[in-house]
Design a protein around this ligand. Sequence first.
Ligand code: PLP
Length: 611
Amino acid sequence: MTTSKEAFLHAVSPDYGYGGAIDGIRAKEYARLEGKCTVYLDHTGTTLYPASTVDAFARNLQEHIYGNPHSRHPSSTLTDGLVDETRLKVLAMCRADPSEYGVVFTANATAALKLCWEMCPLDAASASEFYYLRESHTSVVGLRALADSMKIAAHAIDADDVPAILATKPPPPVDGGEAAMAPSYSLFVYPAQCNYSGRRFPWTWPSLARHRQWLVAVDASAYAATSPIDLSNADAAPDFVALSFYKLFGFPTGLGALIVRKSRMPLLRKAYFGGGTGQLSSVMANTHWQMFRDTLHTRYEDGTVNFLDIIGLGIAIDEHRRIYGSMQAVAAHTHALYQWLYEQMHNLTHENGQHVCRLYIDHEMAHDPAQQGPVITFNLMRADGSPVGYAEVEAIASVNRIHLRTGGFCNPGAAQKWLQLTDADVRRHAEAGHVCWDDQDIIDGQLTGAVRLSLGAMSSYEDVAAWLTFLRQYYVEGMESAHRPAFFTTYRPKLHGPTDNITTAATSVHLSRLTIFPIKSCHGYSIPADTDWPVTAQGLLYDREWMLVRKDTERALTQKQYPILATIRPSISMARQELVVNAPGMDELRLPLQTLAEPSQRTDVRVCGEV
Ligand SMILES: Cc1ncc(COP(=O)(O)O)c(C=O)c1O
């Protein structure tokens, strides 16, 4: 495996780098990354904002007076006009004709999907059904709880089954025909890109449902950051598209949108009203009379919209275009970089020939940008075929300032598919105390989650090369392992040599070292070889005896949240009966074991959700 830039530039597609501009973009817009030596590879979590966007936004706020858009004075009409201008920019970005589609601003994609459900004319009496792709984010899966509450049948389906299922619903009855029956609509929701694996799903599915009794919503949250959305052929496009803007631009946060086909308006429900969405209402007599407003966003944006951030969004869209040219250019750049990374990880082997990375990717689709986004999700494997838990990879990557995401990524269907977990496995993991965001990465030998690298508009060769160097340094067994830093051995103790008093299956094993972790989540302490060490009912004395706790939340700190804990080195001095703590930038701390053991020093705290 080579990671030299020359070799990379020779091998990579010419689409990489915005015609040679990437290094300048990085230096100007993302200097804070270099300043903090950070390698950022979590763009599906959020991409990072360019410096120009926040500079332009700060200048703009200081130059203008923005009033509440529901008032009618000049600073209010200025806001209202800019909010509407941003709506048009969002539609232009999606190549959507404003006469066909409208934008309803929401707090995020999750809120957009929930609003979509509330709008749809679904009910059990008319046999409405809810279908969603199994590889959906929980923002979509959670809609099934609303379906259950309305006694509407909800079905998780696989990509291969979608065309046949869409064909099952009939066209709406023609006016006056077929006994003038009211149509019975069903809803199908799917992600344009799976946030777990990066797999992309066809934008042609809505055309199969069009002119049938379906409403189709596309969750484009993960897709839109690295690929253009094209709703220009409205007849073949979805009825709804959900977005979260921080995923595209890094800033603003707390702002999403539901893009809605306007011709569906007569069908759509409106129940709650508040703020500007009620045009007039009466509360004097107990008649519950109210009139809703009639344009799409005035009807569905309850309360005051996040108007300053919407103005910021307009600026973010303009700056993004100025910096990167177009979403097509971002798509081409990220796909080129992803392809190279994919090849490197796919071909990476230990000295014994075993693959280092188990990639959760369909290899036949891996090179087609219509079927795979710039995301690589995987688990690392040791040379003996045993898996490395995601929590370990995340902790060591974080200490090396590589920012990546691990776990189940709020996508239970994709996690079960790729990790081959049955429902019973998932329940067993839950009973063992595992929750999505904890460090229990392997239970009974079974992986509970994965590691995800996701590229964004500003990702560069240097990011990917730093990751590959890290991988080689820490996880490729063979020639390179001599270059690993010393502390790494605590994560992967090597057992070797003969022994005569344990089972035949383990005759080639002897115990070379015992490591305890006196302070939970901090560095381990290796018990000196010639020392007797007491074993108590809880295990080795002083193993996970103490932990660091936030006073406000009474929660234990974990290495996942605070990777810096890995640099705190506790040790036990039996001779002096002290816990000795060393960490960079602080004086050595010596605490008497006697005092620490006193019951008055104890308090209840939460660890992984348990008291
Ligand atoms: C595919 C997908 N859908 C929905 C969401 C939810 O987005 P938000 O948390 O911004 O509402 C995410 C977030 O990661 C996502 O990746």
